[in-house]
Design a protein. Structure first.
Length: 207
């Protein structure tokens, strides 16, 4: 992709909170491509992971970037009211996977569980179609989430970035996120695909 083509695509990228129902499978596949390794121990089959995401995601807790009415990027978030991945709870997983597999998946997902505190918005992952990476779409999605937090009077935006994803960390630092703590769990790498993460926080200034 040359720079002219990339610039053109960036100018026609549109952002919207949530997505229409007919985009659901596209969003599920996009999220699976970005985060499938993280969830593979809980749901081993890729097609099954996509089917679960398709059924369980809550669109209102996200911003989507689209080009020519095709979603090419997604940013999920969580508040105390709900989350993009809010349907991936105990009962939702059992409904999708059955009792045994649902219980197993719920147990593994509990290792990733994070909760947003009061007046805090928690970023729940940014995924961009690989053909559209490097065009600033992830940055625009992050800006949209921050703007949402400001509009709704949150005091901060929190995220966790895995320690191997240095490119993402640089983006977050450029946006004003500050690292507050790091955690290391090499004994879980075989299960979750990474051995540590850093918590970063964007403080929203009062106006």
């Amino acid at each position: 992709m040359d720079s002219t083509q990339g610039a053109h695509r960036l100018t026609i990228c549109t952002l919207k909170q949530g997505w229409d129902a007919y985009h659901s499978k596209t969003v599920a596949a996009l999220y699976e491509t970005a985060f499938g390794t993280k969830f593979s121990a809980a749901i081993r089959d890729r097609r099954e992971r996509i089917a679960v995401f398709d059924k369980c995601f809550l669109p209102e807790y996200s911003y989507a970037a689209s080009v020519d009415d095709v979603i090419v990027g997604i940013a999920g978030f969580q508040t105390q009211d709900g989350a993009l991945t809010g349907g991936l709870g105990f009962y939702g997983l059992i409904e999708c996977l059955g009792l045994f597999n649902g219980l197993k998946a719920a147990l593994i997902f509990s290792l990733f569980e994070r909760k947003a505190s009061r007046k805090e918005l928690l970023l729940d992952g940014i995924a961009v179609n690989e053909k559209f990476r490097g065009l600033g779409i992830g940055s625009q999605l992050l800006d949209a989430v921050i703007a949402h937090a400001i509009k709704h009077n949150y005091q901060s935006v929190r995220l966790d970035v895995i320690n191997s994803n240095l490119k993402a960390r640089k983006l977050y630092e450029a946006k004003g996120f500050v690292a507050t703590k790091s955690e290391y769990y090499p004994y879980l790498k075989w299960l979750v695909g990474f051995s540590g993460s850093t918590t970063m926080i964007y403080q929203i200034k009062e106006t």
